[in-house]
Design a protein around this ligand. Structure first.
Ligand code: CTP
Length: 402
């Protein structure tokens, strides 16, 4: 898997740097070419001599450490690599990466690299729990960096908790897994529906719902961060979406959303329907504003097309179709029924009974049910973090396809 792969191993100044010579050795044993780049602080924890010996290449730290009037080109090195892993990544270097600071050779390389970058934060428990750390990890993920979660256990400070760098064998497994699975969404075409639909009664009034479109947008950003091309069919929301890699198709009604989705579906590999589509629409729409004096005795409604069910009927074997289910009672069995009825590969269930889940809020709590009968539940998280959990589940589905 790693034979012939060119890998940059970036080391920043944390105690866990002592694990990296072994990681480099394991990568070399797998047949990878390894270039170690370390910050000057990292040299306090592990020597460049050790790393140069195990990698078989001089270690780079500065732009000008050759002493012969030439310099180390971060641009050339960034083009050379197939992947880069930064381990351990300190809170300080992670903060720099999240704002694009380039005050040392390694950070410059991060900005120049065209290859995927994996980052393995490692720090003390309290630093790891700090809200800025959580924010920076999320930001790096949204920027397309691949997160290697730290392990929980005894830390160098004597505290116990999350923040410990994984063992070299585990890091090697993460890198191998990344080459196998992590690139799986690159170049894939994705269709996402998001937001509410507004069903007009007259030119100013409508029947709608409280969906904010946030979950769908978080998913669109996460897919795009993983190198996928996203078509986002978006109902009327106040969110502004102007991001590279995401093509927005604005719609208002369920009928418009149906046409936009069915048209796009033929060309995509994966479709995720997060929209809260109105199930009914007025039979008659007044062409002029209905005057109060005239009154409205009743509004006759007719059903809207079920977009997801139509896609389920048209679905090819090489396509993945994911739906959402917002339930208030008998949640699991209702979601399971929807999964079967609409011919889905996976359904994401959220219950309105769970505090912090549902419309308008920035958080969500989900359970994922798959066609093969398996399910996994996730704790309450921000919608941005949930999006990456949903993506991993979809990556697993692709991995299991014939
Ligand atoms: N959906 C859709 N088109 C519709 C209604 C729903 O594409 N006309 C999709 C939603 O985007 C979601 C899934 O179907 O992915 C389930 O939506 P939900 O409202 O939970 O279920 P319904 O099928 O509308 O059933 P009910 O409202 O009776 O629970």
């Amino acid at each position: 898997m790693l034979k012939g792969k060119k890998i940059i191993v970036g080391i920043t100044g944390g105690i866990a740097a002592y694990k990296i010579p072994l990681l480099v050795r394991l990568l070399k044993k797998e047949g990878a070419e390894v270039q170690v780049v370390m910050t000057s602080f990292a040299k306090e924890f592990v020597t460049p001599l050790t790393l140069a010996t195990v990698s078989g290449r001089p270690v780079l730290t500065d732009f000008f450490d050759k002493g012969d009037g030439t310099w180390n080109s971060h641009v050339d090195l960034g083009l050379w690599a197939d992947a880069m892993i930064i381990a351990p990544l300190t809170a300080n270097s992670m903060a720099k990466m999240s704002v694009g600071m380039a005050d040392n050779f390694l950070m410059t390389l991060v900005l120049s690299a065209r290859c995927p970058i994996l980052f393995a934060p490692s720090m003390d428990f309290d630093m790891f729990q700090h809200p800025t750390t959580t924010e920076n990890i999320k930001k790096l993920q949204l920027l397309g960096y691949h997160y290697i979660e730290p392990a929980s256990g005894e830390l160098a400070s004597g505290l116990t908790g999350p923040g410990r760098l994984k063992e070299p064998e585990e890091l090697l497994a993460e890198i191998s897994f990344f080459f196998e699975q992590g690139l799986i969404l690159r170049g894939k075409k994705i269709l996402i529906s998001a937001g509410p639909t507004y069903e007009p009664i007259d030119p100013v009034r409508f029947i709608g719902n409280r969906s904010s479109g946030k979950m769908g947008l978080a998913l669109a950003k996460a897919f795009s961060a993983k190198g996928a091309e996203v078509e986002l069919v978006l109902g009327p929301v106040s969110l502004k979406v102007d991001l590279p890699g995401i093509h927005v198709v604005p719609v208002n009604t369920a009928e418009e959303m149906y046409h936009a989705c069915t048209k796009a579906f033929e060309k995509v590999d994966i479709a995720v329907m997060t929209a809260a589509v109105a199930d009914f629409t007025p039979v008659n729409v007044a062409s002029e504003k209905i005057k109060k004096e005239k009154g409205i005795e009743k509004i006759e409604l007719k059903p809207t097309p079920d977009i997801l069910a139509s896609l389920g009927k048209a679905k090819r074997d090489n396509q993945i179709l994911v739906g959402f289910a917002l339930e208030t009672d008998d949640e699991f069995s209702n979601a399971k029924k929807k999964l079967e009825r609409k011919n889905l590969d996976m359904i994401v269930l959220n219950s309105l009974k769970d505090e912090g889940a549902g419309f308008g809020v920035d958080t969500n709590k989900i359970t994922v049910l798959k066609k093969d009968g398996t399910s996994s539940s996730f704790p309450l998280k921000t919608k941005d973090s949930i999006a990456f959990d949903i993506l991993s589940e979809i990556e697993n589905l692709i991995g299991g396809m014939p």
